[in-house]
Design a protein around this ligand. Structure first.
Ligand code: C2E
Ligand code: MG
Ligand code: MG
Ligand code: MG
Length: 291
């Protein structure tokens, strides 16, 4: 196949690859100089308890505010940060920043909600990862249950035995753990049984067609039942419509997150629209549907 496509094709691909390497290199340089400069902001996306009809937590998602004021999204730089190792200082900065935000909410508004912080594989696998988390808790002085670490299935399964030990340590500290993007990687069910975590986040690819694809509906139902049998709560990602929400409630899903309620928004906006409004969401009025 490659031979047939000949010289020009090869040159085309290599030029494209060179372009990608160059782009990576430029972003890597920009990342390096932006670290510690306050250019990385956390946006917050609310999560709701479907039964209780109220705010249950939020997810912190990084945005890079460039000097010209524009925003750069994670898909443009998290990969580069991971490949260059810069995700370690960046991730540590964001972890502390999330904890300091919770501290501010507690001090200024007398209340807070659980904040999910995404942690990359490289970060999670650092020998001092647990110390880093402990340090963020001590430095901010927040109760540990407000912090939730989000790890993807592939991060967790990469070195499952080490993950087990880290999960135990986090549990001992009182920090919560969520398995993110569940269903997109591969998990051994035997490990799922042994992982001591609290939440399972159902990937949005399964939620998208849930109202009209019986297959996806069965998969989501199976994930929810599996999670509940292991004592985990379920969070559906990517909920964009009332119909998806209602179906998820009917399937027994505990919590939801998605554009239907809000996109990830700046912290001040999150406080005004969600945290302060009595922690009660008026838009969450699921209709009971038959499955
Ligand atoms: P994720 O952790 O699975 O985060 C959910 C992503 O889905 C977010 O994209 C969010 O904006 C998007 N999303 C939420 N609701 C909806 C919806 O209803 N429809 C659709 N189409 N999308 C929705 P975002 O913020 O661009 O982040 C993408 C990924 O980048 C995250 O996936 C996470 O893996 C990574 N990421 C973001 N922030 C951080 C961070 O601080 N550290 C690390 N290591 N990774 C991060
Ligand atoms: Mg996440
Ligand atoms: Mg996710
Ligand atoms: Mg994702």
């Amino acid at each position: 196949e490659a031979k047939k496509s000949g010289r020009n094709q090869y040159r085309f691909f290599s030029a494209e690859m060179a372009e990608a390497v160059k782009r990576d290199f430029v972003i890597q340089g920009e990342l390096r100089s932006a670290l510690g400069s306050g250019q990385f902001e956390l946006f917050f996306q609310p999560q709701f308890d479907l039964e209780a009809h109220r705010l249950s937590g939020c997810e912190a998602l990084v945005r890079w505010r460039l000097p010209d004021g524009s925003l750069r999204f994670p898909d443009k730089f998290i990969g580069v940060a991971e490949r260059s190792g810069l995700i370690i200082p960046l991730g540590n900065e964001l972890l502390l920043s999330a904890c300091m935000t919770v501290k501010r909410w507690l001090d200024e508004y007398g209340g807070a909600v659980r904040v999910g912080v995404n942690v990359s594989a490289l970060q999670f696998e650092q020998p001092d990862f647990i110390d880093t988390v402990l340090n963020a808790l001590v430095q901010s002085g927040i109760p540990p249950q407000f912090l939730q670490i989000e790890l993807t299935e592939s991060t967790v399964m990469h070195d499952a035995e080490t993950s087990l030990a880290r999960f135990e340590a986090l549990k001992e500290m009182g920090v919560q753990v969520a398995i993110d993007d569940f269903g997109t990687g591969y998990s051994s069910l035997a490990y799922l049984k042994r992982f001591v975590c609290q939440h399972l986040k159902i990937d949005r690819s399964f939620v998208r067609d849930i109202t009209h694809d019986a297959g996806d509906r069965h998969i989501v139902k199976a994930m929810i039942d599996l999670a509940h049998n292991f004592g985990l709560t379920t969070v559906a990602e990517g909920v964009e419509t009332a119909e998806q929400q209602d179906m998820l409630l009917a399937l027994g899903c505990n919590e939801t997150q998605g554009y239907y309620y809000s996109k990830p928004i700046p912290e001040s906006e999150f406080v005004q629209r969600f945290l302060l409004s009595g922690l009660t969401a008026t838009k969450i009025r699921p209709t009971v549907v038959a499955v």
